[in-house]
Structure formats: C-alpha cells, structure tokens
Design a protein around this ligand. Structure first.
Ligand SMILES: [Zn+2]
Ligand SMILES: [Zn+2]
Ligand SMILES: [Zn+2]
Length: 273
C-alpha cells in the first residue's frame, strides 16, 4: 500500500518500504539499508572488492607488495593475467600449490612456446605426479614428449611407456626405464602397431637389440607389411609459363608397401652378423 506521505529514514520509507535514490546509508561501496551499490570506496582485497565482488586490474608492483598468502593463492588461482598469476604463485610458501598452478597453465595454455607457454611451465615442475599427468594428457604433443623426458619415477615411466596414446612419447619413456630388457618389449610393440612405417622403424625396430624379438619380426607375417599412401609432388610435363618456368605442380598419391621384416633382417645382420 503506497503512503500518501512517506516517512523517510534515509533512503527507505518506514511505513511502506519504498526506496528512494538519495540519502543512502553508505558503508564503502554499498548502502546498508537498501542493496544499491556505487563504484567508489570499494574495500579492496588485492584485486577483488570484499563487499561487492567487483574486480580491478593489478600491476606487477601490486603483486610484489602483497604478502598475505590467502590473497596470493586467490590471485594465483583466479586472476586473468598469466604473468601475474605466476608471480603470485612464486611467492607462495606452500609450493605444492604453486606446482599445481604451473601444471594447470602448462596443460591448458593456449600456446606451447613463450614465457608462459606449456614448455616453460613444464620446466617449473618437480612433482612427478603432475609431470605424469602432462605426459599423458596435455593437448600438445611436444609437451607430452618433453614431460615424459622429465620423469624419473619408474612406475610413472612404465605407465607412459605402456599406455601413452603417442608412440613417440612411449619411446621416450621406454628409453628412461632402468629395466631395459622390459623396454625392448615396448619397442617391439611400437614396431608392430605404430601408426606408420616411419614410427614403426625409428621408434621400434631401430631401438631393438633383442635378437629374439628382431627374429619375431623378420620371420613374421603380413602384420609387418606396412601399407601406406605416399604423396609426391610432380610437374606436369611440357607446361611452362612465359619465363620458361614449369609451374604446374600436382600431387600424386600412390600406394606403397614397406616390408618391415626385411628391415628387421638388416638390423639382425648389423648386430649379430
Ligand atoms: Zn511510504
Ligand atoms: Zn539505500
Ligand atoms: Zn565494492
């Protein structure tokens, strides 16, 4: 029910509860009577107003001056600028939190190179579990390979060598296994199942020194015939432009079969005569 004559106390009518936009009871950026806000006198907790949640930009200097660990954790987790996030993470006493933040940036970074790209972030990692996670799951192939090379934990290396979706990452991990006899099985697996002949030869057969496994390939069946589509650039014969330059190029695709058995045989001869 609207009043004929409001009875104002500050911004609110005591009788009907109507709010007017004057005489607010300001406490910083908010009125304590109604919930109206103003863009001044915020109560900054580093970059976020404690009262209304508004955020502001921070500078590198701001980060250098903050010592409160909870604020630094908030910035490291949530601030939008990666450089400042990392600066805040570096100041954390609990470096296990920093490690997680570096790993997250590495895993989801929009770029691989650059100061805050995956590569540099990976190099900050010492936690073997976080490195393992990158080796197995990062969107960048190069980052997976690089992370695999940073692993020393033998269980983690075994897992990567056995289950990574990229055969070249498997090879990197297999090379770091102390149990090199076991690593031979990984190379054999790559020689048998790799995506193409280049991988099957270079990350597989060329890594094998085990005579029995090499013989298995040399005496194997069709599974060691590698059929591939090769693309070759060719010039159209007889067609030249006004300067006499042959400009018409087309790509020819042809099927090619590479016999991995003979490559294994060559390696056997090389190693064992
Ligand atoms: Zn009223
Ligand atoms: Zn008010
Ligand atoms: Zn505020």
């Amino acid at each position: 029910m609207a009043c004929l004559f409001h009875k104002w106390e500050g911004c609110k009518c005591l009788k009907c509860g109507k709010i007017r936009d004057e005489q607010h009871n300001w406490n910083g950026c908010m009125c304590t009577t109604c919930d109206i806000r103003r863009d001044e006198k915020h109560d900054w907790n580093a970059y976020r107003c404690k009262k209304c949640g508004k955020t502001r930009d921070l500078s590198e200097n701001d980060i250098l001056n903050i010592t409160d660990q909870n604020i630094l954790i908030d910035i490291a987790h949530n601030y939008k600028n990666i450089k400042l996030k990392v600066m805040a993470a570096e100041k954390l006493i609990d470096q296990t939190i920093s490690q997680k933040i570096y790993a997250d940036i590495a895993k989801y970074s929009k770029s691989f190179f650059g100061d805050f790209g995956s590569m540099h972030m990976i190099e900050r990692l010492t936690d073997q579990n976080l490195i393992l996670d990158i080796a197995q799951n990062c969107i960048y192939y190069e980052a997976r390979e690089h992370a695999a090379g940073m692993l020393t934990d033998q269980d983690a290396l075994k897992k990567v060598a056995e289950t990574n979706t990229a055969y070249w990452v498997r090879k990197v991990a297999a090379k770091k296994l102390i149990d090199q006899e076991y690593a031979q099985n990984i190379y054999f697996e790559i020689a048998r199942n790799g995506h193409n002949s280049y991988t099957r030869i270079n990350a597989g057969i060329e890594m094998l020194t085990d005579r029995v496994l090499l013989l298995k390939i040399a005496n194997g069946g069709d599974e060691f015939l590698c059929e591939e589509l090769v693309e070759e650039e060719r010039f159209l014969p007889g067609i030249t432009d006004m300067h006499g330059i042959r400009s018409s190029v087309y790509t020819e695709k042809r099927r090619q079969t590479i016999d991995l058995r003979s490559i294994a045989q060559q390696r056997l001869t090389l190693l064992f005569g």
